[in-house]
Design a protein around this ligand. Structure first.
Ligand SMILES: CSC[C@H]1O[C@H](OP(=O)(O)O)[C@H](O)[C@@H]1O
Length: 349
């Protein structure tokens, strides 16, 4: 099945329930999971059926509405107290991507600020989740334009390396870093994409490669350990990655392996860009040292498909993210422009 992958959305409100593309089954199978209860949405975020910082923000927003729908009361104060429990359930799914917390806070705020009956609050919550989703698509398309404007001008057709998946599957549509790559492709400014496979969950090999192939964008999958060699050989003109949480000084938490990519980019004078919406910036944290880093199940390391690749008796360490210090980042590309990390505070609302 060929899709215009830039137009897909991993999360869709459809016939009174949420349809999620099951990203754990791509690229072999394109299957959709239907979610109508908040608990199931929380599980879908935890198990990475839906993943990607902006996408889990959108999923959590709909999760808040699904939870609101399950609260059986007409008393506003009781409703709001129960809604706080829904929010906590969703907050406990994954700790690093601040978009999740940003979306939950926005949904809670609108619930408290909406006068009227419980039914009227429920209606505004659904509308707010839909607004968050629609805004994110627009934001990603703007990030794509802003990124294209700052990419190196030479060579005219660039070879861009990216890490993990930051495309339509990781957002409400179009993508952040992969959105910039899409914009370069559409502007005839891209020769090829190098996609890091991104162990252990292989979002690059599975999801970025799938999005690129669907759209006819030339993509070469490499193992994470090959990136340094490719840059040393002069095969890469720019590196662009996404983010899960950026702090006020520009330090950036992103998929594990991003930090080493930034170090190697610096070593080889390859510009290193982060592309993210402002909903990924946590202005309340001063530096990346404060970012909670998710540790995931060790089986993600020792099990590849059905194959166990390590002996019993070994220990495993599985941090899902690492933090790239601001000084290794050439520019942070947002919907409000591309800035040096030191200028990020100037974008605070
Ligand atoms: C559009 S940024 C997506 C961001 O989220 C990914 O993490 P995960 O796949 O674990 O949700 C990765 O860090 C990407 O850069």
């Amino acid at each position: 099945m060929t899709l215009v992958s830039s137009r897909i959305s991993p999360v869709r409100w459809h016939h009174d329930k949420v349809s999620l593309i099951d990203q754990t089954r791509l690229p072999q199978e394109y299957t959709v999971v239907e979610i109508s209860r908040c608990n199931d949405m929380a599980e879908a975020i935890k198990s990475m059926i839906v993943r990607g910082a902006p996408a889990i923000g959108v999923a959590a927003a709909y999760g808040m509405y699904l939870g609101a729908r399950e609260i059986e009361t007409t008393q506003t104060n009781v409703f709001l107290k129960e809604l706080e429990k829904v929010a906590q359930l969703l907050r406990e799914t994954r700790p690093t991507a601040v978009n999740l917390f940003w979306a939950i806070s926005r949904m809670l705020r609108i619930a408290y600020e909406t006068p009227g009956t419980v039914e009227e609050i429920r209606a505004i919550l659904l509308q707010t989740a839909q607004d968050i989703q629609a805004e994110d698509v627009q934001t990603c398309e703007t990030i794509g334009k802003n990124g294209l404007a700052v990419l190196p001008t030479q060579p005219h057709k660039l070879r861009i390396l990216t890490h993990c998946n930051t495309g339509a599957l990781a957002t409400a549509g179009y993508g952040t870093a992969l959105g910039v790559i899409r914009s370069a492709w559409q502007a005839n400014r891209l020769l090829k994409v190098f996609a890091d496979e991104t162990r252990p969950r292989l979002q690059g090999a599975k999801l970025t490669a799938w999005e690129c192939v669907q759209e006819g964008i030339p993509v070469t999958v490499i193992t994470d350990s090959m990136a340094a060699h490719c840059m040393k050989q002069g095969m890469v003109d720019a590196v662009i990655v996404g983010a899960d949480r950026i702090t006020a000084n520009g330090d950036t938490a992103n998929k594990i392996g991003t930090y080493s990519l930034a170090v190697v980019s610096k070593m080889h004078n390859v510009p290193f860009y982060v592309a993210a919406p402002l909903s990924t910036v946590d202005f309340q944290l001063a530096t990346g040292a404060e970012i909670p880093i998710e540790e995931r199940d060790p089986s993600e390391i020792y099990q590849v498909g059905k194959t166990i690749i390590s002996p019993q008796g070994a220990d495993f360490y599985n941090p899902a993210f690492d933090v790239t210090p601001a000084e290794l980042i050439t520019a942070i590309i947002t919907e409000r422009g591309a800035v040096k990390p030191s200028e990020l505070l100037g974008l605070k609302y």
